[in-house]
Design a protein around this ligand. Sequence first.
Ligand SMILES: [Ca+2]
Ligand SMILES: [Ca+2]
Length: 388
Amino acid sequence: MRRSFAVMVVAALVACQSQQSPAQQRAAVPDEVRRDTALTPQFPLHSTLGGKLEAPEGLEVDYFARNLSGVRFMVLGPDGAVYASRPGAGAIVRLADSNGDGTAEDVKTVLSGLNEPHGMAFFRGAFYVAETDKLTRFAVGTDGRPGGEGTVIATYPGSSGHSTRTVIVGPDSMLYVSVGSRCNICEGDVPHRAVVLQVNPATKAVRPYSVGLRNAVGLAVNPATKAIWVTTHERDNLGDDIPPEEIDILKDGADFGWPYCWGNRQPNPEYHDAARCAKTEPPALMMQAHSAPLGITFLTNATQLAEQYRGDALVAFHGSWNRSVPTGAKVVRVRIVDGKPVSYEDFVRGWQDANGSRWGRPADVLVMSDGAVLISDDTGNAIYRVHR
Ligand SMILES: [Ca+2]
Ligand SMILES: [Ca+2]
C-alpha cells in the first residue's frame, strides 16, 4: 500500500512537471540569481550542415565562406558585399556572392596593417573601423569599396584587458563605440573603459554615453524602438551560474553597475555597496552565466526565416572559458515583447560536443540583403549561411 502511494506521488509529480514551462520549472531559483537558461525552441531543431549543426525546421545551414582564420564581426556594404574583420591578422576582408548561389566565391582583403580591427560601420560615404586603440575612417570609392589611408576620428585606451572594440551608427547619426574593461573586477576604469562612447563623426567629439558595462561587445539599434541594445559579458569567479550575462538597453548617462554590482542591483562581494547599486540600471534580459554573448542582430529583414522570428533578435554565444561544465557556443533567438527582451531559446547549435569540446565558436550574426542570416565563427574559421 505504501509502495503504491509512493508510485502515485511520483507519477503525479512527473505529470505536474511536464505541464510546466521550462521557466516555471526553474521558478525556485530567484530572478536575481538566474533568469536564464534557454527555453524550448518554438520550432523543433533538426540536423543540418551534414550532421554537424542543428537548426530550426524549415531552415538549413551551409558554408558561405571557409578558411577565414579568426573571422569576427561582419557588416553589409553599400556594394552588397559582406565585410568581415580578422582582428588577429589586422585585416578587413570583402566577401561577395556574385553569382547568387549562397557561397562567397570572391574573397579579398581590402584593408590590412590595422591594430586588432573588430567592429565596422558604413556611414555617409565612409567606412569606420574600430581598432583596439582608435576609431579610423576610410574613404569609400565609387565602386562602394573602402580603401586608401585612414583618418583617426577618436582614440581610446587599447591593448590590455578586453581588447575588442565595436562601432555602430546610432539613430541620432552619432557613432557608438564600446570599450571593455582592463580587468575582471577593479575600480578606476570608468569613464575611460567599461563604457560605450558616443563619437560625433563630424566634430570628433567623444564622451561616455553609458558606463558600468564590463565588456559590451555586441551593439545594435532596435529598429522598432530606436534604442541601442548591447550584449554584456559579466564578471568571472562567482561560480558557474552567477552573475548572468546581460542584454542592456542603453540610456544617456546610465550606469549599468560594473564593477560594483551585477545582475539586478546585486552588490559585488569586493565592494558590497548596496546603496550605489540601488542607483544602477538593471539588465533588460539576464542569460546563462559565462555564455559570452557577442554579436546581436535584429531580424526585421530576415525574410528567409518564418514570420514568427521577424520582431526578434539573434545573439551569438561564444561560450564559456572557465565554467566547470562548459556552456554556450551556439546562436540564440531573443524573443521581444513590447520593445523588451523577455526570453531566449536555442536557434543554431552543435559547435560544442557533449564532452564540452568545441570545433567552432559563433562570434557574430548578420542579416543579408536576401533575407538569409550569416553566422561568423572565429574558431572554425568560417561564415555559415542560414537560409530557407
Ligand atoms: Ca557564389
Ligand atoms: Ca550590469
